[in-house]
Design a protein around this ligand. Structure first.
Ligand code: PEP
Ligand code: MN
Length: 346
C-alpha cells in the first residue's frame, strides 16, 4: 500500500502518517519524489485499514499496489532508479554503462591486461568472475579468493570499477570487500538466502535473470533485495532457455521495455551469455542499446581461444572496439550516450 501525500503536505503531516502506520505494526518508508512524498507500507499483508490513513491531513490518496512485487514496481516509485557507483558512475540515467572483461579471472597478468584493453576501448567497469558457477563440476571453477585480490589489483592499475559474482552467503563478505557491484548469477537468481545476504553487504547488486525465470520472478527476486533495505539493484537480461540449439540461449530483448514499464529499476543486457556465440554478440549488443538497455555486459579476453571459460562467446579486443564504435551512435539516436571511463570523467 502507498500513501500519496499532497504536493503541499507538511513534514509534520508526513510524520503523522508514518506514526499511524508504525502504530498499526507495519514499517513505513517515506519516498520523497520530485512532486510529492509517498509513504510506502512495508509488510502489508492486506490487514492495513486504508481509510484511517486516507482520513489524515495532507494525504491525497491511498493506492493498493496490485502487483505481487511492491517496492520494485513503477506504482511504488514512478521515477527511474539511478544506481550510483563510486567515481560518479551511474546506471539508469542517460548514460549506458559497459561492463566488460573475461568470463573468469584466470591469473593476475591476464586480468590486468584484459582490464587495460577494455578500458582503452571505452568500458567503464571490469566484469570477471573469481567464483564461477559452472554446469560441470569438472570445468574450471574459478580462482576464488585469490582471484578477488587480482581484481582489486586490476582496479588499482586501471581505475575501472569491478563487478564480480558472489555464489554463496559465505562468500558474500569477501566479494563485497572488493567489488564495486556484486553480481548474482542466473543460477542463483532464486537463491533467496543469498539474495538477502548480498543485499546486506552494502554494495549495489547486479541481478541476472534465471534462464527459466519469468520477468515476474525476476522482479520478485529483486524485491527480496529491496525488502532487505538495499535499493541499488540493476537487473540483467542474459537469455532464457529456448528450444532452438543454434544459440546457447534465447536473448529476450523484450524484457528491457517490459521491465522499464513494470519497474523503476535499471536493466542491462548480456549478449555474450544471451547468444553464446561470438558472431552474434555485436548485433545483439546493438539491438539491446536500441531497445533501451541501461548497460551492456560483454565478455572480452586478450586471447579468447585460450579462455578457460566461455571462449566461444568471448570477443577479442578488436571486436570489442567495433562493438563500442557501433553502440555509440545508436545510443545517441535515442537521446543517450555511452558512459566514458571513470578516469576520463570531468
Ligand atoms: C557469467 O556472468 O559469467 C555467468 C556465469 O553468467 P550467468 O549467471 O548469466 O550464466
Ligand atoms: Mn561467462
Amino acid at each position: 500500500m502507498l500513501v500519496v501525500m499532497r504536493h503541499d503536505a507538511r513534514e509534520d503531516q508526513i510524520r503523522a502518517v508514518v506514526a499511524l502506520i508504525s502504530s498499526m505494526g507495519f514499517e513505513a518508508r517515506p519516498i520523497p519524489g520530485r512532486q510529492r512524498t509517498t509513504v510506502g507500507v512495508i509488510g502489508n499483508d492486506g490487514r492495513v485499514d486504508g481509510t484511517r490513513l486516507a482520513a489524515l491531513e495532507g494525504v491525497q490518496e491511498v493506492i493498493h499496489v496490485t502487483k505481487p512485487y511492491k517496492q520494485v514496481s513503477r506504482e511504488w516509485r514512478p521515477e527511474p532508479t539511478i544506481v550510483r557507483l563510486s567515481g560518479g558512475l551511474t546506471i539508469g540515467g542517460d548514460e549506458i554503462v559497459v561492463m566488460a572483461g573475461p568470463c573468469s579471472v584466470e591469473g593476475e597478468r591476464q586480468t590486468i591486461e584484459a582490464a587495460r584493453l577494455v578500458r582503452d576501448a571505452g568500458a567503464t567497469m571490469l566484469r570477471a568472475g573469481a567464483f564461477k558457477p559452472r554446469s560441470s563440476p569438472y570445468s574450471f571453477q574459478g580462482l576464488g579468493r585469490s582471484g578477488l585480490a587480482m581484481l582489486a589489483r586490476a582496479r588499482e592499475e586501471t581505475g575501472l570499477l569491478v563487478v564480480t559474482e558472489a555464489m554463496d552467503a559465505e562468500g558474500v563478505d569477501a566479494v563485497g570487500a572488493v567489488a564495486d557491484m556484486i553480481q548474482i548469477g542466473a543460477r542463483n537468481m532464486q537463491n533467496y538466502s543469498l539474495l538477502k545476504s548480498a543485499a546486506r553487504a552494502g554494495k549495489p547488486i547486479l541481478l541476472k535473470r534465471g534462464f527459466s525465470a519469468t520477468i515476474q520472478e525476476l522482479l520478485l527476486s529483486a524485491e527480496y533485495i529491496l525488502a532487505e533495505g538495499n535499493p541499488d539493484v540493476v537487473l540483467c537480461e542474459r537469455g532464457i532457455r529456448g528450444f532452438d540449439t543454434v544459440t546457447r540461449n534465447m536473448m529476450d530483448l523484450s524484457a528491457v521495455p517490459v521491465v522499464h514499464a513494470l519497474s523503476h529499476l535499471p536493466i542491462i543486457a548480456d549478449p555474450s551469455h544471451g547468444t553464446g556465440r561470438r558472431d552474434m554478440v555485436i548485433p545483439m549488443a546493438r539491438a539491446a542499446v536500441a531497445a533501451g538497455a541501461d548497460g551492456l555486459l560483454v565478455e572480452v579476453h586478450p586471447t579468447p581461444e585460450r579462455a578457460l571459460s566461455d571462449g566461444a562467446q568471448t570477443l577479442d579486443v578488436e571486436q570489442f572496439k567495433q562493438l563500442m564504435r557501433e553502440a555509440r551512435p545508436i545510443a545517441e539516436a535515442i537521446g543517450r550516450r555511452v558512459a566514458e571511463p571513470v578516469g576520463a570523467r570531468a
